[in-house]
Design a protein around this ligand. Structure first.
Ligand SMILES: [Zn+2]
Ligand SMILES: [Zn+2]
Length: 367
């Protein structure tokens, strides 16, 4: 059994026509597929539309008030919300065409992929993209007619480029403007089509676009360039160009938000003694100061060598120390190490921040 339509629209039982219309429009706006991508938005919109079909019609409303949903069904009422191809079609049926009415169609959006290195996202700079797109035909200037030949005013639309179509909707009759099918919204018919575009006014062409790489742009982000998509029909506005950014993995650095992370192997004796390591940076080696007694997994943080975050500021470079214990010792090395091992005392082995302490801290947090 469907819900009570007054409840669905959230209006009192004595609501007047204006109140009902307002409530419906408000709910519908919220549920519009462009504003709402919740999976149940379509079902909710259908329910809302069905409620409006009843309350927006005086006769149906009176029937419902007296006999409820059973009364409507008995009277042969059938909701018009079923049988639409898509949610958007359903919306168009209620509100008229949302796509801007008649006239030549606007150009489609275009999606291209841009591969960047991590270094490019740190340093920025210009990059050019090459792709196939639909552009206005240069030979006929987008008119579709062979240069120097005549065009005639369209007989079907009288040159307006659009036709008026009347649609029945729950709001009553709605006049929708649709592009004229005889002239594709141009308003003129072509006698001799342009040989280059065969009368289309548009051709597919290889295009180049140059853009400034936004600093710190991340893998998976999209850049939108307004009006750089496919050209529209007969001079209608172009679509937008979307650039899907893909950042290639770097052999040394991994990005972590504002920071760059690198792993540096260090032999256990050097970790014990302290040393200066070098890792390969974008502009040559970066010295990394390791304090005596560094432990496995410890981080050395270097300010200002991470990702740019505006106004010349940058995050940190975090170098994680991977302490390597020497293996395959020869006799001399074993002797030295045995002597060293014999010399060890408790104070040498206390490891603040070591694995044991970290485990205890983790366990403490869980408790
Ligand atoms: Zn042409
Ligand atoms: Zn026409």
């Amino acid at each position: 059994m469907p819900r009570d339509p007054y409840e669905v629209l959230g209006v009192p039982r004595d609501a007047d026509e204006t109140q009902i219309k307002k409530a419906f429009r408000k709910l519908a706006r919220e549920l519009h597929p462009d504003n709402n991508d919740a999976p149940d938005a379509e079902d909710k919109f259908k329910e809302t539309a069905q409620a409006y079909e009843i309350l927006g019609d005086a006769e149906r409303r009176a029937t419902f008030d007296r006999y409820g949903h059973d009364g409507l069904r008995g009277g042969g009422f059938q909701s018009q919300t079923e049988g639409f191809g898509s949610f958007s079609d359903l919306f168009s049926a209620f509100f008229g065409d949302q796509g801007g009415g008649g006239g030549p169609a606007q150009g489609e959006d275009l999606l291209v992929r841009l591969d960047l290195s991590l270094e490019q996202t740190v340093k920025g700079g210009e990059v050019s993209l090459s792709f196939d797109g639909i552009v206005g035909c240069g030979t006929c200037d987008g008119s579709g007619a062979k240069p120097g030949t005549d065009t005639k005013r369209c007989t079907k639309c009288g040159g307006a480029g659009e036709l008026r179509a009347v649609a029945r909707t729950p709001f009553g009759q709605v006049v929708r403007a649709v592009a004229c099918d005889q002239c594709s919204g141009r308003g003129v018919t072509i006698e001799t089509p342009c040989p280059e575009c065969r009368g289309e006014g548009r051709v597919v062409e290889n295009r180049d676009v140059t853009l400034d790489i936004p600093l710190s742009i991340a893998h998976g982000q999209r850049i939108r360039m307004r009006g750089e998509g496919h050209a529209g029909e007969a001079g209608a506005p172009s679509g937008d160009l979307y650039i899907q950014v893909s950042v290639k993995p770097h052999p040394v650095f991994t990005r972590d938000g504002d920071h760059l992370v690198a792993v540096a192997p260090i032999a256990a004796p050097f970790a014990a003694l302290g040393t200066t390591l070098e890792i390969d940076g974008f502009d040559g080696p970066i010295p990394v100061e390791v304090q005596p007694g560094a432990q496995p997994g410890e981080e050395v943080r270097i300010q200002g060598l991470g990702m740019p975050r505006g106004r010349g500021d940058r995050g940190e470079l975090r170098v994680v120390l991977d302490v390597v214990v020497p293996r395959r010792l020869d006799d001399r090395q074993r002797e030295l190490l045995e002597a060293f091992a014999d010399s060890l005392e408790d104070r040498n082995l206390k490891t603040p921040g070591g694995i044991g302490e970290r485990l205890r801290r983790l366990a403490g947090k869980r408790r």
